[in-house]
Design a binder for this molecule. Structure first.
Ligand SMILES: *Cc1c(COP(=O)(O)O)cnc(C)c1O
Length: 467
């Protein structure tokens, strides 16, 4: 095996990284100046960096390592499959047992009649597939002009050209000429930030009805689908008011618009159900999944497709001129199967429902008492707190948006907690196997970090609000 980290110091590694590695979602100049944080091993819910500092991973990597680190069963499943058949494709009428068995299993687990699966290498790719699939579906029905996909501002659907276009992140669209044509965005159901004087229930309905306005503006005969995350993840764990999803469902049904639910984060247990579509009682036509599907151990994505859509594609679609070399990669499928098996065998979702998720919710809510916190919200095992300089008015900071969040994030890191910042919102999405004592530790570290953040903001004169 090539030998690397142990022989090199952190600084040597950082220098090499700065010289040769272009990072995703990272300012290259900044990383060169400060040096990347190097994570070198992990076990359970903990990470260790290259200087030996231990961190509690409140983000499960990037919302994906749901079973925690160091699961030998997943390693064994991969090793065994690598020896048996490390690669074969699923193009041109061929297949292999791991892809077959995973497709069958996903059909059983998914709600409703999402019985068919198209495999990809990631969530982004799965959404690229979905865009082409819904347009092809309407073409098959003689309606090729029914091609527009409606999404939402501040949505995250991935980083490929189609997925980033489906997403509603303005700072992403600003690079590379996005979005591509045929995709529009409506406002998000972010009550804390945008609710104004409306009650949460009123606001949820109002934001859902923007979908109907947009469909009316474009025309039923032009709109192919609406895509949305049940709970926006990268957008800041935006949990919609209870009135939102039922109204969205009604509108999609009445206007014959396909509903694509992006469960890349929320799928496979994150909201304390198998899927957030169950948590919110949504009936999707297509569901995007990835991340937790393999617990992040190997890259894999899966578009789960309902019978209505799959039957039309089968009967009238001919060859779907679309596929990835790694669609249904046998090793990734074997690891995903094992990961799903562990979720069931260890009754992890049941345990979340009756024990861990309510416990985390109770502890997380205590953060709302902190003077720097305007709101604490949680859905299953994903949660957010809103930083504010004025708790009563829940006002934003006077300075640049996100400055307080970054300060808080760095302080969390220094204190041994990985908590991510999205603007001035702090979010967590810990491994689903986190224990009660580890939740206590997470909350304790969060309180300590918030105290230190408040001090630092006060020292720097940043504890000022816009009102
Ligand atoms: C992460 C994410 C994606 C993109 O998945 P990748 O595997 O990074 O391509 C898509 N949708 C949602 C909701 C995500 O959180």
């Amino acid at each position: 095996m090539p030998d690397y980290p142990d022989q090199l110091t952190t600084q040597e590694l950082q220098t090499l990284d700065g010289a040769h590695h272009i990072h995703p979602f990272t300012d290259s100049a900044g990383i060169k100046a400060h040096g990347a944080r190097i994570i070198s091993r992990a076990e359970g819910v903990y990470l260790w960096d290259s200087d030996g500092n231990k961190l509690l991973d409140g983000m499960a990597g990037l919302w994906c390592v749901n079973l925690g680190y160091g699961r030998k069963e997943l390693v064994d499943a991969a090793a065994q499959q690598m020896l048996q058949l490390p690669y074969y494709n699923t193009f041109f009428q061929t297949t292999h047992p791991p892809a077959i068995m995973l497709a069958k299993r996903l059909g059983e687990l998914a709600p409703g009649d999402l019985n068919r699966v198209f495999f990809s290498g990631s969530g982004s790719e799965a959404n690229d597939t979905n865009l082409r699939m819904v347009r092809h579906y309407w073409s098959c029905l003689g309606k090729p002009e029914k091609h527009v996909v409606i999404s939402r501002k501040n949505a995250y659907h991935g980083s490929t050209v189609a997925a980033a276009s489906l997403g509603g992140m303005a700072f992403m669209h600003a690079q590379g000429g996005l979005p591509i044509p045929g995709i529009t965005h409506i406002e998000q159901p972010y009550w804390y930030g945008e609710g104004g004087d409306l009650s949460a229930a009123e606001f949820g309905l109002a934001r859902a009805r923007l979908l109907e306005d947009e469909i009316d503006r474009i025309g039923d005969d032009k709109v192919a689908a609406f895509i949305a995350e049940p709970v926006q993840g990268a957008g800041g764990v935006v949990i919609p008011p209870a009135t939102y999803w039922p109204e969205i469902q009604r509108i999609c049904d009445e206007h014959e618009i396909l509903l694509i639910v992006d469960e890349v984060i929320t799928g496979y247990g994150r909201t304390a159900n198998w899927f957030a579509s169950q948590t919110f009682n949504i009936c999707p036509d297509i569901m995007t999944t990835a991340k937790g599907l393999s617990s992040g151990y190997l890259p894999i994505g899966a578009s789960l497709v309902c019978d209505k859509v799959a039957d039309v594609l089968e009967e009238k679609g001919g060859e779907f001129a679309h596929g990835y070399t790694y669609s249904g990669h046998p090793v990734a499928c074997a690891v995903a199967l094992e990961s799903l098996h562990i979720l069931e065998k260890e009754k992890i979702i049941e345990n979340l429902q009756k024990d861990i998720a309510p416990y985390l919710a109770e502890k997380w809510q205590t953060l709302a008492d902190h003077p720097l916190i305007g709101e604490a919200r949680i859905c299953g095992m994903m949660a957010a707190i809103e930083l504010t300089p004025d708790k009563v008015a829940r006002a934003p900071f006077a300075g640049e948006r996100g400055q307080a969040g970054l300060i808080c994030r760095d302080i969390c890191f220094a204190n041994g907690l990985v908590m991510r910042s999205v603007g001035d919102t702090m979010v967590i999405s810990p491994p689903l196997v986190i224990t009660k004592p580890q939740i206590d530790e997470l909350i304790e570290l969060a309180f300590k970090s918030l105290d230190m953040t408040e001090q630092k903001l006060a020292q720097d004169g940043l504890l000022k609000s816009t009102v």
